[in-house]
Design a binder for this molecule. Structure first.
Ligand code: HEM
Length: 146
């Protein structure tokens, strides 16, 4: 029998955003504008160009599926973001602040405020879990001095 989860905080359930204008086509425009700005950024641009190279179309389509799954909960993406980022040894923790800054600005420019808030909250949550996977290390145990 499954023990009831009494006393534990419930995981926050994310719902599909139900908004007449937010469909895959809209998300595709947001993704394309976001990566246009990322590519123009002097720190992030070269990191992406080094991995993705000249043909951005597959990445943009994959990221449109990813954001459709995150926002519309339509199951469009079934990849594994953590291993894709773990192999990026040149990425530093502070790069996520740049990434999120560009994402926030793009969402603010293209979405109405309520919608931008949903995109940004979900981006922040995923960024946090990617950062934990990439950078979190328990401090090494120190030898006792006594
Ligand atoms: C500084 C921050 C970040 C950098 C430099 C970065 C860079 C990259 C690069 C270079 C790839 C391509 C990997 C490949 O094709 O082998 C990639 C893939 C991807 N990124 Fe990021 N990323 C960052 C943050 C994020 C965040 C915050 C999210 C989500 C909110 C995200 C979502 C994804 C997804 C879904 C993929 C595709 C993974 C797959 O192959 O299925 N990234 N990223």
């Amino acid at each position: 029998m499954n023990a009831p989860l009494a006393g534990r905080p419930r995981p926050v359930e994310e719902r599909a955003l139900d908004h007449p204008e937010i469909d895959r086509a809209f998300i595709g425009r947001l993704v394309r504008e976001f990566y246009r700005r990322v590519r123009a950024n002097h720190r992030l641009g070269p990191i992406f160009e080094g991995v993705i190279g000249r043909d951005w179309e597959p990445h943009l389509e994959k990221l449109t599926d990813f954001w459709s799954a995150v926002i519309l909960k339509n199951g469009a993406y079934s990849g594994r973001p953590v291993p894709a980022h773990l192999k990026l040894k040149q990425v530093r923790e502070e790069d996520f602040d740049i990434w999120l800054g560009i994402f926030r600005q793009t969402a603010a420019d293209l979405c109405e405020p309520d919608v931008a808030k949903v995109f940004v909250q979900r981006a922040e949550r995923i960024a946090q879990s990617l950062k934990l996977a990439m950078f979190f290390r328990l401090p090494m145990a120190q030898p006792r001095e006594d």
